[in-house]
Ligand binder design. Structure first.
Ligand code: MSP
Length: 513
């Protein structure tokens, strides 16, 4: 049976300069997408840009251009970023596209038909930066400004006619759903946050705005545009051509396997979105995972705070794979993480250059010199060879399980330990002292080459370019990478040629003054 996996990143507010937080969200999603791909899943990986709302309208006005023109330009920077980050996204959606508008208006009609939407008047606090409504108890006074406590962004008072979604009606069904689907919200701490928010009572949600025009029009009332979050969240469905439930994309990939998001937008994904879906009688996604923030100092990195670390600059200086590796390893997944250039350099030197790069170079150079540049043909495994090789096979299901629970920390630790063990094995076995026992020498080389191959497969979701570079040793390419075959101890073709490869990671000279 076909195994399908649908993963989404949030669609990004187009800003001229994507920052490390955006890069982080996307790289993590790409890690999961690549992992599932090599584990024989059909993967649909969606990202894109969220282009409506007052925030965008005001940004365009500031530049004196039409909002669509503004979005056309800026959306490109995110498309470019996907390429720069080497993402394997299978779609890039823009909320200004026709396919998206159609789905949003359809969903609106369904909600209205089901009596989940009604017209009334809204008065309350609104943050344009978050595109979110806040209650009195969610804001504070800071030097004369009203600020949302959670996001620290400015709020303004609005009063206008508005359509409302009957969110209050969905509190109990949501709580029941969380209880009967304990994996729906992760990690656990975030689930508790959401449950206590819902338990504190949900108010109906304003889902249209009348005082500006940059959005998708409410069907049958052109004076209103649809609230940007109702619009944006629906992208996960419009990318599958919903409401056409006969569409192959929809059939294969809905419900989504996972919406990967930052914790700041958890309420939208774990409360509003499932409520809209319940109301429209559409199946809910299987999981919403709220990861932590990349901090700059103690604060969330963001444009409005001016504390941005530019991923492009880091990539230009160190390369993409070191950044991908670093973000995946150093930010304990689910928690916030502080990033520093010094720790990035340590990672490159110790994990990538010393542990992985060196292992690849050492065993290849040895095999080229002592095994006629070929994968040894005659091998006879001893206990210690089988032991180290079998560890991979014996861990495959465990690794799969950990990935399904988004335990990236386990995955990376597993690789680091494997590298450590592999280096130790090669040192302890001392093949350079076995020149008069060629069978043993060949077996040690074969075993180590197999381990290099296995670890390179494991590293592919994290550092795809470097893993592929290493696999050139064996003339293996992307289509040869398969998770199950990490369990195969004799995957390499005996007698086939071994290639010398360029150095994988250059060590960074560190100035310790
Ligand atoms: N447009 C909305 C999402 C709509 S999804 C239907 C949005 N856009 S955003 O550009 O502000 O943020 C996109 C993603 O980047 C979010 O998951 C957000 O949590 C993440 N990050 C933004 N800053 C971040 C950090 N400093 N650290 C980690 N991720 C953060 O929200």
């Amino acid at each position: 049976m076909d195994k399908n996996f649908y993963i989404t990143t949030p669609i990004y507010y187009p800003s001229a300069k994507p920052h490390m937080g955006h890069a982080y969200s996307s790289i993590i999603a790409d890690f999961f997408a690549r992992f599932k791909k090599i584990d024989d899943y059909n993967v649909h990986f969606l990202t894109g840009t969220d282009e409506h709302g007052l925030k965008i309208q005001r940004s365009a006005e500031k530049q004196g251009i039409d909002p669509l023109e503004f979005c056309n330009q800026i959306s490109e920077t995110f498309r470019d970023l996907s390429k720069t980050l080497n993402l394997t996204n299978t779609d890039f959606i823009r909320t200004t596209e026709k396919r998206h508008k159609k789905t949003v208006q359809h969903l609106w009609n369904v909600l209205e038909k089901n009596d989940d939407i009604y017209l009334s008047k809204y008065s309350g606090w609104y943050s344009v930066s978050d595109e979110a409504f806040y209650n009195d108890d969610e804001i504070e006074d800071v030097e004369g400004d009203k600020i949302a406590i959670s996001s620290k962004s400015k709020v303004e008072w609005i009063e206008e006619e508005s359509y409302f979604f009957r969110l209050s009606k969905w509190g109990k069904p949501l709580l029941d759903y969380y209880q009967s689907h304990p994996d729906f919200i992760a990690p656990e701490s975030r689930k508790n946050e959401v449950i206590s928010f819902v338990k504190s009572g949900l108010k109906d949600l304003s889902v249209s705005r009348k005082s500006f025009s940059w959005g998708i029009k409410v069907p049958n009332n052109k004076d209103h545009v649809i609230y940007v979050w109702l619009d944006a969240l629906t992208n996960y469905l419009s990318a599958l051509n919903y409401p056409n439930s006969n569409d192959q994309l929809f059939k294969n990939f809905w419900p989504a396997s996972i919406h990967l998001i930052g914790k700041d937008i958890l309420r939208f994904h774990a409360v509003y979105w499932p409520a809209f879906l319940l109301a429209a009688k559409i199946e809910l996604p299987l999981k919403v995972y709220g990861h932590g923030w990349i901090l700059s100092g103690e604060e969330k990195m963001s444009k409005s705070k001016g504390n941005i670390l530019d991923p492009i600059e880091i990539i230009n200086q160190y390369g993409l794979d070191p950044l991908r590796y670093y973000l995946i390893k150093e930010v304990s997944f689910g928690n916030d993480g502080n990033i520093s250039q010094e720790r990035l350099e340590d990672c490159i030197n110790s994990d990538l250059a010393n542990n992985y790069g060196n292992l690849c170079q050492r065993v290849t150079a040895f095999a080229i010199k002592n095994c006629e540049s070929k994968i040894p043909n005659k091998v006879k495994f001893q206990k210690e060879d089988i032991e180290i090789l079998d560890k991979y096979k014996n861990n495959l299901d465990n690794i799969r399980d950990k990935i399904d629970n988004q335990n990236i920390n386990f995955y990376i630790d597993y690789i680091i330990n494997s590298l450590f063990e592999a280096n130790k094995y090669f040192n302890d076995q001392e093949p350079w002292k076995k020149k008069d026992d060629l069978l043993r020498l060949n077996t040690i080389v074969f075993t180590t080459l197999e381990i290099v191959r296995k670890i390179s497969f494991l590293l592919y979701p994290i550092i795809p370019n470097s893993s592929l570079k290493a696999l050139k040793i064996f003339n293996l390419g992307e289509s040869d990478i398969n998770f199950s075959s990490i369990g195969n101890n004799e995957f390499l073709i005996k007698d086939s040629k071994i290639n010398k490869i360029d150095i994988l990671f250059k060590k960074i000279e560190k100035n310790n003054d």
